[in-house]
Ligand binder design. Structure first.
Ligand code: FAD
Length: 320
């Protein structure tokens, strides 16, 4: 398994990167390469041109710059003080070696994953390929239309959604801001709502009130040492006079997109995260998530665990 040939471009400015993307019909952006290059090795989605974003200083100049590595985020004492759940989520991604290369931008723009997609070319030839690779048939659902149900498995998105983060994208029309909650489209192939071909993430900014939120993240995975989440729940509470004034719940690894669940948060508003309210909200989340049969663990177990993860995350948000 060798990575197919491609031309590597290494622009030094965002403008140069946008120009290269504009002039190329077939390209991918590259940051740490810990997601893109393993896919290339297996002949998945390979492009003729790869535009590296690693040499653009702008992407690493702010605390939540797209080019900052997860290792840098994990060891940033200011971020640890302001957004401990984000730092905890970053330190739970993959392995220390991978986190040295893996970036925030790559984590958010992580490709969706599926048991029938993330396989070698030989495996796909023998077993039968899928909608997201070479075939015209989904192996997970008999009739999903032309929608792909591959799973989004990034760990940082749910925490950032709970903090109300905004994404700043560079592209042919200059820079623009998109609320993170509006970034993704529910389709494992066409993964973003209206991100144009040549646009890439420059940085994130938290909402002005992000530090007023107590946030906790819980993740289910096969091996604690390095696996992707099989389910992930972030909970956030804005406390006021001992009561939960606002509550946000966000999930990852339960669908093709990371999702906020506003109606689950509503269940807890006005209370103090009492046992019965936590139980009610966690059960409601379990009922709401619809994991597919396309990762290592069974959908039934992942669904059950949504309740457990939600409960644990909410307990982590209790005052004191
Ligand atoms: C063994 C293993 C275990 C892993 N475990 C986890 C895990 O537990 N949790 C988890 O979340 N991830 C996990 N990953 C996935 C991956 O390592 C991380 O998500 C990482 O943060 C990806 O970042 P990167 O910079 O390497 O992305 P890249 O591989 O460089 O890029 C990933 C995707 O994002 C796009 N992209 C990159 N940067 C930008 C940008 N600035 N703007 C727009 N698009 C961009 C690329 O075009 C590509 O499509 C694992 C990977 C491996 C190999």
């Amino acid at each position: 398994m060798r990575i197919p040939d491609f031309t590597l471009h290494q622009p030094l400015t965002a403008e140069e990167a946008v120009g290269l993307a504009k002039g190329s019909e077939s390209f991918d952006f590259l940051s740490g390469g810990t997601d893109l290059l393993p896919n290339y090795k297996w002949g998945l989605g390979c492009r003729e041109n790869v535009i590296s974003l690693r040499h653009i200083p702008e992407l690493s100049e702010t605390p939540l710059g797209a080019g900052r590595t997860l290792w840098e985020i994990e060891h940033d004492s200011t971020l640890a003080e302001q957004f401990p759940a984000l730092v905890a989520a970053a330190s739970g991604v993959a392995t220390p070696l991978i986190r040295r290369s893996a970036t925030l931008g790559g984590n958010l723009f992580l490709d969706t994953r599926c048991w029938h997609f993330n396989q070698t070319a030989d495996w796909r030839r023998a077993h039968g390929s899928c909608l997201k690779a070479e075939a015209d048939q989904c192996r997970v659902l008999p009739d999903p239309g032309d929608i792909c149900v591959a799973t989004y498995s990034g760990d940082l998105a749910p925490v950032l959604l709970v903090h109300g983060a905004t994404a700043f994208l560079a592209g042919p029309k200059g820079e623009r801001a998109v609320p993170l909650a509006d970034l993704w489209a529910p389709d494992g192939i066409r993964r973003f709502k209206d991100v144009a071909g040549g646009e890439f993430l420059v940085r994130l900014e938290m909402a002005p009130d992000a530090r007023d939120w107590t946030v906790a993240y819980q993740k289910l995975r096969l091996r604690e040492s390095f696996d992707f989440p099989e389910g992930g729940v972030a909970a956030g509470v804005r406390w006021q006079d001992g009561k939960a004034a606002e509550v946000r719940i966000a999930t990852t690894a339960y669908a093709s997109v990371p999702s906020l669940h506003p109606e689950i948060g509503e269940i807890l508003v006005g209370g103090s995260l009492e046992e019965n309210a936590i139980e009610k909200a966690s059960k409601a989340l379990q009922a709401e998530v619809r994991p597919m049969k396309n990762t290592s663990m069974s959908p039934a177990y992942r669904k059950k665990m949504a309740r457990v993860l939600c409960r644990r995350a909410l307990l982590g948000c209790r005052q004191g």
